[in-house]
Design a binder for this molecule. Sequence first.
Ligand code: 5GP
Ligand code: ZN
Length: 114
Amino acid sequence: MQDCIFCKIVRGELPSARVFEDESVFAFDDIHPVAPAHVIIVPKKHFATLMDIGKSDAGISEKIVNAVQQVAKIKAIDKRGFRTVINTGDEGGQVVQHLHVHVFGGRRLKFELE
Ligand code: 5GP
Ligand code: ZN
C-alpha cells in the first residue's frame, strides 16, 4: 500500500536495519527495541492484520515461521529462547496496520499482558 510504513520499508523508501529477507518476507530491527533483540518480520505483500490472510495466501504462514527461525539463529537466540508476538486489531494493541511478527530475545522475558 502506498502510505503504509512497513510497505515503504519493504520497498526501501524508508531506511531500516535489515536482518533477513527472502522473496516473501522482510525482517528488520524494531526502531524502539524493548529487548536486546527485537525484530519485526513482515510479509512483503500487504496484509492489514492476521485476519486478512486467506486460503490462497496460505504459504505465507510457512514463510513467516521460517523467517522466525532464521532471525532467531541470526540473533543467536535460537537456543537461549525467545518470544514471538502478533498484535491484531485495536484491543490487541496493533499500531501499524501491516501484519507483523515481533521477535523478542536476549534477556529473560517476563510474561506480562499489560
Ligand atoms: P505493533 O504495536 O503494531 O504490534 O508494533 C509496531 C512496532 O513497529 C513497534 O514496536 C514500533 O516500535 C515499530 N515501528 C514503528 N515504526 C517503525 C519504523 O519506522 N521503523 C522500525 N524499524 N520500526 C518501527
Ligand atoms: Zn503495508
